[in-house]
Write a protein that binds this ligand. Structure first.
Ligand SMILES: Cc1cc2nc3c(=O)[nH]c(=O)nc-3n(C[C@H](O)[C@H](O)[C@H](O)COP(=O)(O)OP(=O)(O)OC[C@H]3O[C@@H](n4cnc5c(N)ncnc54)[C@H](O)[C@@H]3O)c2cc1C
Length: 383
């Protein structure tokens, strides 16, 4: 990305506009927005812009790699080896729940599924760490009581004990995306096609893409951002993930997500989702034999009895992750009107609703972006 003096840029665009003044501007002028990429980020943004009375065209290809279509959509407040609370979870969760519930009501679908989550300690260090977290008041709302060894479901090995994680859920992202794309297709606002960056031209008053005129172009391309000539210098790293859906008539598990070395989610009809692998070394979005094997071996290592698991679906995709695990949001430093909304990493289901809210407040009301998510942090100031 071009070198750029962040301070002078901020003085042009980052000035907070008073609410009363902005309201007048909004009434006079509905912005024309072109959104590129119809994954979770692009679809939610398009929907919120439409609600705000803005004009939206959504261009996204369902043939290109699409992380949202393969994600399990799990919202888990305590993750990773260190069992840490998700960044900003206390503001992300209420916004996520409210947003998905609002979508459910508007489109008469069921996509948000709160569910108990049980995390298993792998060794005595894990158990000690879990005890420490439980004594930390910051974790009081997300950690439930510990489950002593031998008191969890018989089907799962619990040598070092386990504990409840509260406020977990999973979001049916494929259903949500199909619903939103169909909604925009009906009005002709969604086009299922590949966006060709070279065809985007700057006009005196904005941007033109073939027959589409736009004041703002918002790129929500996931890992496709690597081919974007305006934003491909931003530090986005694809992290491959694979999941399996298996069938097993003999395995009985009460409804919950069981997070051992990998997690297993019973759907209640003898089918189970198992996930997910994580690799920074394979940039291809295709499922692999090695990925399937890793998942099956992991599950077999913590299921107490022998079960035949028949693979029904094997999915793979590329998470748009960043080095500092923070999203990449903001306007291009020199090309006014070009924006990026990306870097949802491994947590799109929890992040997207609140980030969409913040980005809209920025676009429509001139609210400054949180510096932690603003791409300005990736730009080098010139002297
Ligand atoms: C295996 C796996 C499991 C996961 N599990 C979870 C989970 O349990 N919970 C969770 O929160 N997150 C999970 N994630 C992460 C989650 O998928 C992402 O955080 C989120 O979906 C990213 O959404 P996005 O819209 O930014 O990107 P994407 O969903 O990748 O959407 C980008 C879209 O842009 C389109 N596009 C790109 N370039 C172009 C172009 N030139 N023209 C047209 N279209 C273009 C692509 O086709 C794609 O549809 C998982 C990811 C993987 C891979």
């Amino acid at each position: 990305m071009n070198q750029f003096n962040i301070r002078s840029h901020r003085s042009q665009t980052g000035t907070k506009i008073s609410h009363a003044r902005q309201t007048t501007i909004d009434i006079q002028h509905s912005t024309k927005n072109l959104i590129v990429g119809a994954g979770l980020a692009g679809c939610l943004l398009a929907w919120r812009l439409e609600q705000a009375g803005q004009s939206v065209t959504l261009i996204g290809s369902t043939q290109l790699p699409n992380a949202s279509a393969v994600a399990a959509g799990v919202i888990n407040p305590v993750t990773g080896r260190w069992m840490t609370k998700t960044w900003n979870f206390d503001s992300l969760q209420p916004q996520a729940e409210a947003t998905y519930r609002e979508l459910e009501r508007q489109f008469n679908i069921q996509c948000y599924h709160p569910i108990p989550l049980i995390r298993y300690c792998q060794n005595s260090i894990d158990a000690k760490r879990m005890g420490k977290r439980m004594r930390n008041p910051r974790y009081a709302d997300v950690l439930g009581p510990p489950i002593p060894t031998g008191e969890g479901p018989d089907a799962i090995l619990d040598t070092h004990g386990s504990f409840h994680i509260n406020q977990a859920a999973y979001v049916d992202l494929p259903l949500l995306l199909t619903t939103l794309r169909q909604h925009f297709a009906v009005t002709g606002a969604f086009r299922d096609e590949t966006f060709i960056h070279a065809a985007l031209k700057r006009e005196p008053t904005g941007w033109a893409y073939r027959d589409v005129e736009a004041d703002k172009v918002i790129f929500c391309e996931g890992v496709g951002m690597r081919d974007n000539p305006w934003f491909n210098d931003l530090p986005l790293t694809p992290a491959k993930g694979e999941t399996l859906t298996v069938e097993c008539p003999t395995l009985e598990l009460p409804r919950a997500i069981y997070h051992h070395r990998k997690w297993i989610l019973p759907y209640g009809d003898h089918s189970f989702r198992i996930g997910a692998t994580f690799s920074n070394h394979d940039p291809s979005p295709e499922p692999t034999q090695a990925g399937a094997q890793e998942l099956l071996e992991s599950v077999r290592s913590f299921i107490t009895a022998e079960h035949t698991l028949t693979i029904r679906q094997h999915l793979a995709g590329l998470r748009p992750t960043t080095k500092d695990s923070r999203p990449l949001i903001g306007e291009h430093p020199t090309e006014r009107g070009l924006h990026v909304f990306n870097g949802l990493g491994a947590k799109g289901a929890s992040l997207a609703p609140e980030l969409t809210r913040q980005f809209l407040a920025h676009l429509l009301e001139g609210e400054p972006l949180d510096p932690e998510i603003d791409i300005a942090r990736c730009l080098e100031p010139t002297t």
